[in-house]
Design a protein around this ligand. Structure first.
Ligand code: UD1
Ligand code: MG
Length: 494
């Protein structure tokens, strides 16, 4: 437990570190405050959550399985949202302060100079940036509400699946008005391929046709304008996806929260993966921010990402301390949705939603692997978390029963078995599949590496997430530019 003196000195240090003209330092200070608030509030409100029924049994502990407060992610999410409101004046400080304000002399004259210059350049208060920021917060608020409703009422899959896309509408509208780039770069090997150009023109015609259709119905036009780009020398091959780019971004906002929620069931894993992802995002952002050869747009996008991710890291680290093995609280779907949406927002409004998918590779693989169970081609039990063995205290893969085998389910399971991607139990006489290990990468780790303790399993999965993330950053800035013929560290959209 953290001593009062330490808490007090951290709070004082954080408050003193707030510097209106230095957004990075200010968000770090807010992050420390967020950490302290979440850390102090969770143990105080936990019993009240249990009292109203927000509790769950830890299924991977010895009987009597302890009953723990559920939905503790609500504390982290609420703290985060309030901090983000509080941050607004600091982030936009340099546009707010006028000559007669209370700032100190140095800050005041600097602001005066930049404001004077802004008026000359016709660049006044960045309403577009504030709109991005507010749309992000609005989206997170509705997502937190959705998560809470799910924890309270266990909403059906088919009902809750599309709701994140509705929550992300404000983001997409701001993206449309403010940025509206819908082109993606085509790697040169595609066009170098004999029929590559032909294929590309077929796709292009299809996209154009669909865009015309949407435009004639809605009156909205979806395309990237030539003036959206700053291209110093060679122009890379682009394909303008138009409306499909918006469909893709909605899909990201549906996928990201749900994918975190289904990579779960081991103490510390939901928050742990979010913390690792946040760190990976920050490494990527600072690759841009510390490089002195980037466009203003790329700088602003990655600063936006840092502003959203750093306070998120603060509240998540506090939550992780309580959720780490042996867990004292559960985070609930509220946290999973909230955290997934933070990443979706940052990816969309930071204009790196494709890089985001690279960082989410473990979640993408877990999702694709889960598809047969999620769509009930293969039976899906209510819980797919690994099985705890009380005798040796280790986690083993959990199994589902194949009661009514179909041609499709047997084929899928046999193919996966042939490549050692699943563990099957067959009837010794008939050779028919009876049971199969549940299709999550958590169980797959146990199939491959053998039984292990819950915290080791969590650490293994987090290490995979971290290594994949680091490799993807390197890939993104080495192999990526080589494949695509450019890197927006040096070439960018306005
Ligand atoms: C998702 C997964 C489910 C997994 C569950 C665990 C899919 C389709 N759904 O469901 O397979 O079992 O998350 O979070 O993949 N729990 C533990 N230890 C933990 C975390 C959770 O025992 O470290 C148990 C507790 O009883 C807790 C419950 O899981 O109350 C929470 O489950 P919930 O988040 O409601 O499950 P889903 O998100 O629907
Ligand atoms: Mg859940």
């Amino acid at each position: 437990m953290m001593s009062r003196v330490l808490k007090l000195s951290l709070s004082v240090g954080a408050i003193m570190a707030i510097a209106p003209n230095n957004p990075v330092r200010t968000v770090v200070a807010f992050s420390v405050i967020g950490y302290l608030i979440t850390y102090s509030v969770i143990p105080r409100v936990g019993p009240s959550f249990v009292k109203i029924g927000l509790k769950g049994r830890d299924l991977s502990k010895r009987p009597p399985n302890p009953e723990l407060p559920e939905t503790m992610g609500l504390v982290a999410a609420t703290t985060y949202l309030f901090l983000m409101f509080g941050l607004i004046p600091f982030i936009f400080f340099k546009y707010l302060v006028s000559f007669g304000s209370l700032a100190n002399d140095e800050v005041m004259s600097e602001n005066y100079k930049t404001q004077y210059q802004s008026i000359k350049d016709n660049k006044l208060f960045p309403h577009n940036k504030l709109a991005e920021y507010l749309s992000g917060i609005l989206c997170l608020q509705s997502t937190t509400l959705l998560g809470l409703l799910d924890d309270l009422f266990d909403i059906r899959w088919r009902h809750k699946f599309f709701l994140p896309a509705v929550a992300s509408l404000p983001l997409l509208i701001v993206y449309y008005v403010d940025f509206s780039v819908t082109s993606i770069v085509i790697p040169s090997f595609v066009t170098d391929f004999p029929s590559g150009s032909y294929l590309l023109s077929v796709v292009n015609s299809f996209v154009k046709f669909s865009n015309h259709l949407v435009t004639s119905i809605t009156g909205l036009s979806f395309r990237t304008l030539q003036t959206d780009y700053v291209v110093p020398d060679q122009i890379p091959k682009l394909i303008d996806l138009g409306i499909f780019y918006y469909v893709y971004m909605s899909a990201v906002s549906i996928f990201s929260p749900n994918s975190i929620n289904i990579l779960a069931g081991v103490n510390g894993l939901e928050v742990g993966q979010s913390v690792v992802l946040a760190l990976i995002f920050l490494v990527n952002d600072f690759c841009y921010l510390l490089s002195n050869n980037i466009s203003q747009a790329a700088h602003d996008s990655h600063l936006f990402s840092v502003i959203f991710v750093v306070p998120f890291l603060g509240v998540s680290l506090a939550l992780l301390q309580y959720n780490w093995f042996p867990a004292r609280v559960f985070v609930g779907d509220t946290y999973c949705y909230f955290s997934g949406m933070v990443f979706a927002i940052v990816g969309i409004l930071g204009h790196f939603s494709k890089t985001l998918m690279l960082f989410l590779i473990p979640q993408v693989i877990n999702f694709m692997y889960s598809v047969p169970q999620l769509f009930h081609i293969i039976p899906c039990p209510r819980h797919r978390l690994p099985r705890f063995n009380a005798e040796d205290g280790l986690m083993y893969p959990s199994f589902g029963n194949l009661e009514k085998p179909t041609w499709l389910s047997t084929s899928i399971l046999s193919i996966l078995d042939a490549f050692k991607f699943i563990k099957l139990e067959k009837d010794p006489k008939s050779g028919k599949i009876k049971r199969f290990s549940n299709m999550t990468i958590i169980n797959l780790c146990l199939v491959w590496f053998g039984p292990m303790r819950e915290d080791k399993l969590c650490l293994l999965l987090l290490a995979i997430q971290f290594i994949v993330g680091l490799c993807m950053i390197v890939f993104r800035h080495t192999v990526g530019p080589w494949l695509f013929g450019y890197d927006n560290l040096s070439w960018g959209v306005k």
